[in-house]
Design a protein around this ligand. Structure first.
Ligand SMILES: *[C@@H]1O[C@H](CO)[C@@H](O)[C@H](O)[C@H]1NC(C)=O
Ligand SMILES: *[C@@H]1O[C@H](CO)[C@@H](O)[C@H](O)[C@H]1NC(C)=O
Ligand SMILES: *[C@@H]1O[C@H](CO)[C@@H](O)[C@H](O)[C@H]1NC(C)=O
Ligand SMILES: *[C@@H]1O[C@H](CO)[C@@H](O)[C@H](O)[C@H]1NC(C)=O
Length: 516
């Protein structure tokens, strides 16, 4: 009922607006400045995300990483080192700010070292408390510095017969060695072979990886990265894709981008220029095929979540911790809105994607959402302004009062029957029930009269059900289309293309799993 009231109200207002626009257009024959807003209140975005295009996510197209030299060792790769002589793991004692020891039989947080890649063989290692592994004045291995300098830089030398056997060489010319479980030093000559009796040999285990834009551009390095990325941008999404989208019942695209696009053609290292040109093309094609564009700032400076899709270097969230990163984010939004405000396809600007609570606080996002909203409004009175709910927040309504004061605001929620153990053993029917009952409830909770519009900006017809039939998938997709179709702004499928078939809307449409 709430919905009907709201719709009726805005329907009247919009009819008046419509008549007003007709008047303006016919009297003065000026170009339409109602762009961005659709005059039909029943209009709903039926969009597909263009994931993995202008913002890399390795799992969407793994082959993009194939040409990286030593591609096991990318930024953010989490390594654990077991000493062959004592049979125990290296550990940053107390998580950092202390010495490195080799007395742990199991490896978890304190025993995990995150790579910062300098080049294909040279790295820094960041410990749990964020200090970097280094060598102190007496040659002991420690984790004391918050910035990596020469003493915090190491070469990893791999055994060609068994690449999981490594030595770690300090810039002092010597290798690290485990003298005792409680004494690790950088004074081994490295001539002892690769056997189990050599205190400088470690067996590595990888406990986590990131494959985002930072990893791919820094991994390829300044010579190869521009070639690889520009080729990808030019060929992965093309005009034909926009034609396909428009002719299969969709009316919009949500395009994830990273903050560095605003400093094209010379973004800060390791990023590569040229993605702005690709975004320009997207707007040209969107216009040609009558599609709307939702610009989605998926990666904000400092990273607003620990995942590769925020272009995180090593999983650390820095966004919002200084006003600088918020201000810089607002400048990116300002730049993009100014650039595309006159294009009739610009429909909405999403200020940030999936900020993660509690590291990203409500105050931080509210500051961005207020300042970002103003930045959009500086250039466009009509583009919708999309505000992503904080992932991990216990209260899905936390932004509603705030956003309801901002005309044309939209709350973005992402609904996946994945990423939580509540879905682990659900049957097909239980998944359908969850969509019909629980998602409906969740969506109703955020859809309030006089509140912001609601947008299911990401969902997918994938689940944890094994051996589901095509018909099961069709039912599941239809249930979601039905429920998410009630979101007052609309929905967007994740994503258009993906090597994992169910995550590829293109594949799902072409193979008859989804029909709109
Ligand atoms: C990597 O960087 C180190 C330190 O700057 C340098 O000595 C080495 O030659 C570089 N290696 C490659 C493969 O570029
Ligand atoms: C490892 O060595 C450190 C430093 O001597 C010591 O404080 C710690 O208790 C030891 N831990 C284990 C599990 O032996
Ligand atoms: C799912 O089922 C497996 C096997 O029966 C069980 O071990 C596991 O605990 C279940 N997971 C949840 C979250 O209930
Ligand atoms: C879904 O909603 C029903 C009805 O409100 C509730 O009983 C059930 O616990 C919910 N399921 C989950 C997995 O949260």
């Amino acid at each position: 009922m709430q919905l009907i009231n709201m719709t009726t109200y805005s329907s009247c207002a919009k009819k008046l607006l419509f008549i007003y626009y007709l008047f303006i257009i016919s009297s003065f024959c000026i170009f339409n400045f109602s762009y961005g807003r659709n005059l039909n209140p029943n209009f709903r975005v039926k969009a597909v995300n263009l994931g993995g295009w202008l913002l890399t996510e390795g799992w969407i197209k793994p082959s993009l990483f194939d040409g990286i030299p030593n591609k096991d060792f990318l930024d953010g790769t989490q390594l654990q080192f077991k000493s062959v002589t004592v049979g125990k793991y290296l550990c940053a004692e107390l998580g950092g700010g202390n010495i490195i020891v080799a007395n742990r039989t199991d490896a978890s947080g304190w025993e995990t070292f995150k790579i910062w890649r300098i080049n294909s063989t040279t790295f820094n290692f960041r410990v749990f408390n964020k200090e970097f592994v280094g060598i102190d004045g007496s040659g002991n291995v420690v984790a004391l510095e918050n910035k990596a300098g020469n003493s915090e830089t190491f070469e990893i030398v791999r055994n060609s017969d068994d690449p999981n056997r490594v030595r770690i060489k300090s810039t002092n010319g010597f290798f690290l060695q485990v003298k005792t479980e409680e004494l690790v030093t950088a004074d081994n000559g490295g001539n002892g072979g690769w056997g189990d009796d050599d205190p400088s040999v470690f067996i590595i285990k990888t406990s986590g990886r990131l494959e985002g834009e930072f990893q791919i551009t820094n991994g390829y390095g300044p010579i190869m990265a521009p070639q690889v990325m520009r080729e990808h941008w030019r060929t992965y999404i093309v005009e034909e894709d926009f034609k396909f989208i428009a002719s299969n019942g969709l009316n919009a695209v949500r395009i994830p981008i990273g903050w560095w696009i605003a400093s094209d053609p010379t973004p800060p290292k390791p990023y590569v220029g040229g993605s702005l040109h690709a975004l320009d093309n997207a707007f040209l094609w969107a216009r040609k095929y009558g599609l709307k564009v939702i610009i989605d700032l998926h990666a904000a400076p400092g990273s607003q979540n620990p995942w590769e899709h925020s272009s995180n270097r090593d999983g650390t969230i820095e966004w919002g911790k200084t006003d600088d990163t918020i201000q810089q984010t607002v400048e990116v939004i300002d730049f993009l809105t100014a650039r595309y405000a006159k294009n009739p396809s610009l429909y909405a600007v999403e200020l940030i994607n999936e900020p993660l609570a509690p590291e990203v606080t409500l105050d931080m996002v509210k500051k961005l959402y207020q300042d970002g909203y103003n930045a959009v409004r500086k250039h466009s009175s009509t583009a919708y302004v999309v505000m992503s709910n904080r992932l991990g927040s216990p209260d899905a309504t936390e932004l509603l009062t705030f956003a309801s004061g901002l005309k044309g605001s939209v709350i973005d929620v992402h609904y996946y029957n994945l990423f939580s153990n509540i879905f682990d053993n659900m049957s097909v029917q239980q998944n359908l029930d969850y969509v019909n009952t629980n998602r409906t409830d969740q969506l109703n909770t955020v859809t309030q009269s006089n509140g912001p519009l609601t947008f299911v900006g990401e969902w997918v017809a994938e689940w944890q059900v094994r051996d589901a039939t095509k018909e099961d998938y069709q039912k599941y997709a239809n249930a979601q289309l039905e429920v998410f179709g009630r979101a007052t702004f609309g929905w967007a499928y994740w994503t258009l293309k993906n090597v994992n078939n169910h995550w590829s809307m293109e594949w799902m449409i072409k193979n008859g799993y989804i029909k709109l």
